[in-house]
Ligand binder design. Structure first.
Ligand code: SAH
Length: 234
């Protein structure tokens, strides 16, 4: 049986996939790829966009709807369907790939399928990729961490007090899922304008934005695909 390969697509720019990931996609018979339905009924799939720009044949790509709601059960039900189909395809001798944006092992809910397949003894493999915060650092020309500095990654929920404490401990802070803590980030900027704030949105796509202007960041409405890197200045 061929292993099911979990391919990391990188942050959005097609060239930021690894060669190993690209070869796995080119080799696959079936690639499962999430899409989300937006308010006006259209579906979007950043993962499918990346693969289109990499010339992966569209008939190999099986898009599945991934509900974005906070209720995890709906997403898990969607993953369970992919899991069932994957088992059938593997038993038919097909080569299956499942894609994730950024790195497939870094805040990537699709890893749930990996664990389920592993539990029942289906061989699985994971291909590393560039996570969005690393691509963001490159986009902003940052040295994300140097010398003795630590890095703390916060997935969404935080407070100004926590940020103060981490900066005091000489940690660089990466806040992902920024839309979940907009007000608190705005408050932190008002209280600590002396910190260095680097804001990134839709890195690696045509809508990409980068700013280190606190006046601008302090008034922004943060979309889902955004993150912030906070460093002690000087
Ligand atoms: N597996 C992904 C992380 C998924 S969690 C990775 O390795 O990067 C989703 C969060 O990642 C988003 O809320 C946002 O904070 C960040 N993110 C993912 N892609 C992004 C992009 N292109 N630009 C900015 N932030 C991004």
């Amino acid at each position: 049986m061929h292993p099911v390969i979990f391919v990391s697509l990188g942050p959005g720019e097609p060239e930021l996939i690894t060669l190993k990931g690209l070869k796995a996609l080119q080799n696959a018979d079936c690639i499962f790829c999430p899409e989300t339905r937006i308010r006006d009924g259209r579906t979007l799939s950043r993962a499918a966009d990346i693969m289109r720009r990499l010339d992966i044949p569209i008939d190999c790509i099986h898009r599945f709807p991934l509900p974005m709601s906070k209720q995890r059960e709906k997403a898990l039900a969607a993953y369970d369907r992919v899991y069932e189909e994957t088992i059938l395809l593997c038993k038919e001798g097909k080569k299956v790939a499942i894609v994730a944006e950024g790195d497939a092992g870094f805040y990537s809910s699709v890893h749930y399928i990996f664990e389920k397949l592993q539990t029942i003894g289906i061989p699985v493999e994971q291909v590393a990729g560039i996570p969005a915060f690393i691509a963001s650092g490159a986009r902003g020309g940052l040295h994300i961490a140097s010398q003795e500095e630590r890095v703390t990654i916060i997935p969404g929920i935080t407070t100004t007090e926590e940020i103060e404490k981490l900066i005091h401990e000489k940690s660089v802070i990466v806040i992902m899922k920024l839309s979940q803590c907009t007000d608190e980030v705005h408050r932190c900027i008002r209280i600590h304008p002396e910190y260095g704030y680097h804001y990134f949105e839709n890195v690696g796509t045509p809508e990409e934005k980068y700013s280190n202007d606190i006046k601008l960041i302090g008034n922004l409405h943060f979309p889902y695909f955004s993150l912030l890197i906070i460093q002690q200045n000087g």
